[in-house]
Design a protein around this ligand. Structure first.
Ligand code: FAD
Ligand code: NA7
Length: 578
């Protein structure tokens, strides 16, 4: 039976972002619900259950910082977390804070429409229920919508087809001939994990990538004790750094040291492990200077040549473009190509022409016979989950139309003009970092916006405009730019006495000027980056038909936090409140 429910807030998505957002809004005593398509909480880690799934942020930083007791006591055993451990951790947080009672699973947001007359969103779902929240917080995930290439003959394959982000839990690979298409972070992890289990592994590689060892190792009690003592400074450092990966980014130019010293620094980083460390802790110009990038790239190419015994395979595995995609790390990826049961097919030399009932057909006519084809082909990243559903703001304006016109933009990665009281976690043009610290930053900012809105905006009293709440700055925030006020009367629901209407929640949305300025800032910050000259999901150039665009703020988390501080302290600079 279709039902309609009014809520203060609806949170969509039960990953790192949605879970924390739900908790924060419950702490404000709001009537909140969270929905997710999935069967349970976990987000990324619910979906990506392929063998070898692992965080490439070190364990101590791939978690929430806000629950000090839990931070210090929740067990983990290695320097990196396996996917199932992260899933367990997130579900533990949900249980620990009694959040599941506010969550509804197997429920997809299929459409959302802003209703100006009542100042609420109308959210349609796959279950037939309609929710009417005052605030809509979307935590749909930036690496969440799968990219499944449309290869001719896909439906004809007799064996098992799967995507890493929807890995079937009952799939057995032992004794099978398995093909893996894709060798990004996911493909590298999958290939490394299954090479020893399967009868034959054929890796279909379109563009080789640079990967360095992760340095994953067991931890002991001393290590954990030391971390626990240092956590306050660890989080402070992470939030005051650019990438929040737990190290200080280097500013040393690559060619400021001798060749021998450079080699020693790279070797030390190789032995320590970590993709971000290798790129950003060694030297400060690897992602911006071509020669510096090549020095780094050549070091990794040399390691590939030294590791892989067959020279032809080693040649195919060595990238020749910039080392400027999301840095990868692995637990012995290149070594797998020394196994007799592992083959590499270079798709630039022999592209896939079709999938046949028996396997994958290449341009040279060869059919590679397979029992399983695994797509490790990534995601329609960042805006993918937003544009696949109809989100309609003020004046019938849809998010898809807006982004078709100007590219996937926002103000601060959080708000879009004409979409009042809708806030995104990890929306377009948020910071490019280790994500939990950025997610926390955004959730806390959104909570602050909602708490300001709840206190009420300017309402019209007998024709005059005033703040709806008696003290607009109870928590240090100046409120309500009066120029944002256009139709406050339609939102004041009061039954006022003496002509004074009680405060009603106000509406908050980014101004178009602020969005444009932020987009311009993000554009300028990425202009000198080699990442922008390299095709990958980071600039939206991995999905056929998708227009490449700037999708991240490359100014670093520290600067981003500074900007947010200025916004809240400056009377919600860049937002309209009415
Ligand atoms: P997600 O965890 O993606 O959750 C989004 C949720 O929204 C999903 O559960 C989805 O079902 C739901 N949803 C989407 N659309 C709808 C809809 N219309 N209706 C209802 N529900 C919907 N980041 C790092 O910082 N470090 C790492 O080491 C790291 N490793 C990663 C490894 C893999 C394999 C992948 C895929 C990502 C990795 N990431 C990593 C990125 C990771 O996505 C983030 O760290 C983080 O988990 C994002 O949390 P989130 O809550 O924003 O989104
Ligand atoms: P990525 O990094 O986007 O990698 C996808 C891989 O799939 C990459 O090797 C692609 O080759 C390949 N690909 C994509 N489409 C095709 C087709 N049509 N044919 C052949 N090969 C294809 O996704 P991941 O899941 O590995 O990682 C995404 C992020 O998740 C990662 O950065 C972490 O943050 C976690 P290409 O390079 O485009 O030639």
């Amino acid at each position: 039976m279709p039902e309609q429910q009014d809520l203060d807030a609806l949170v969509v998505g039960a990953g790192f972002g949605g879970i924390y957002q739900l908790k924060q809004l419950l702490d404000l005593n709001l009537n909140v619900k969270l929905i997710d398509i999935a069967e349970d909480a976990g987000g990324t880690w619910h979906w990506n259950r392929y063998p070898g799934a692992m965080s490439d942020t070190e364990s101590y930083l791939y978690r929430y910082s806000w629950d000090d007791d839990d931070l210090k006591s929740y067990p983990w055993h290695r320097t990196y977390l396996q996917g199932p451990e992260i899933l367990e951790y997130l579900q533990h947080v949900v249980t620990r804070w009694n959040l599941r009672q506010h969550m509804q699973f197997k429920t997809e947001l299929t459409g959302a429409r802003w209703d100006d007359a009542v100042g609420r969103w109308t959210v349609e779902t796959s279950t037939g229920q309609t929710f009417r929240p005052k605030y809509l917080v979307t935590a749909l995930g930036l690496l969440s919508r799968q990219n499944l290439p449309k290869i001719p003959g896909l439906d004809t394959f007799k064996g098992e087809l799967c995507h890493t982000a929807r890995w079937p839990q009952d799939l057995k690979l032992e004794g099978k001939r398995v093909g893996v298409i894709g060798n990004g972070s996911t493909g590298v992890q999958l290939i490394t994990a299954i090479a020893k289990q399967v009868k034959q592994l054929v890796c279909f590689q379109r563009t080789p990538q640079y990967s360095v060892p992760s340095g994953d190792k067991e931890i002991d009690e001393e290590y954990r004790k030391d971390l626990n003592e240092k956590y306050p400074e660890i989080w402070k450092q992470a939030k005051e750094s650019a990438f929040a990966f737990g190290f200080e980014e280097s500013s040393r130019p690559t060619f400021s040291v001798s060749d021998e010293e450079r080699d020693r620094i790279f070797e030390e980083a190789w032995q320590t492990g970590g993709g971000f460390r290798f790129m950003f802790e060694t030297f400060g110009d690897i992602s911006t200077d071509e020669a510096a990038n090549d020095a780094c790239a050549e070091f990794i190419r040399r390691k590939i040549r030294e590791t892989v015994k067959d020279p032809e395979t080693a040649r195919k595995l060595q990238p020749t473009d910039y080392h400027a995609r999301r840095p990868l790390c692995d637990s012995g990826y290149y070594q797998q190509f020394n196994r007799d049961n592992v083959d590499l097919i270079d798709l630039k030399e022999t592209p896939i022409t079709e999938i046949t009932p028996d396997g994958i057909k290449l341009s040279n006519g060869e059919v590679v016979e397979l029992d399983v084809i695994a797509f490790a082909t990534g995601f329609d990243a960042v805006d993918g989950n937003y544009t696949r559903v109809l989100i309609e703001g003020r004046d019938g304006h849809t998010l898809k139309d807006h982004w078709d016109e100007v590219g996937p933009t926002s103000y601060l990665g959080v708000s879009v003009p004409k979409f009042p009281n809708m806030f995104m976690i990890l929306g377009p043009n948020g910071p490019f970092t280790n994500l939990p610290p950025t997610i926390e930053t955004q959730v806390e900012f959104i909570t602050e916006l909602i708490s300001i809105a709840e206190k009420g905006g300017p309402v019209r009293i007998n024709g005059a405009v005033t703040n709806g709440h008696t003290n607009g700055s109870t928590n240090g925030h100046a409120h309500a730019e009066s120029n944002g006020y256009t139709n406050g009367d339609t939102h004041a629901e009061g039954n006022g006495t003496n002509g004074v209407k009680p405060a009603s929640p106000s509406l908050i949305e980014a101004s178009s000027e602020a969005e444009e300025e932020w987009t311009d800032t993000c554009d300028k910050l990425s202009a000198g980056s080699l990442f922008r000259k390299t095709d990958s999901w980071i600039f939206g150039s991995n999905v056929p038909g998708k227009k490449p665009a700037v999708m991240f703020y490359f100014g670093g988390l520290a600067n981003y936090r500074k900007v947010l501080g200025e916004v809240t302290e400056g009377g919600l600079k860049g937002f309209r409140q009415f």
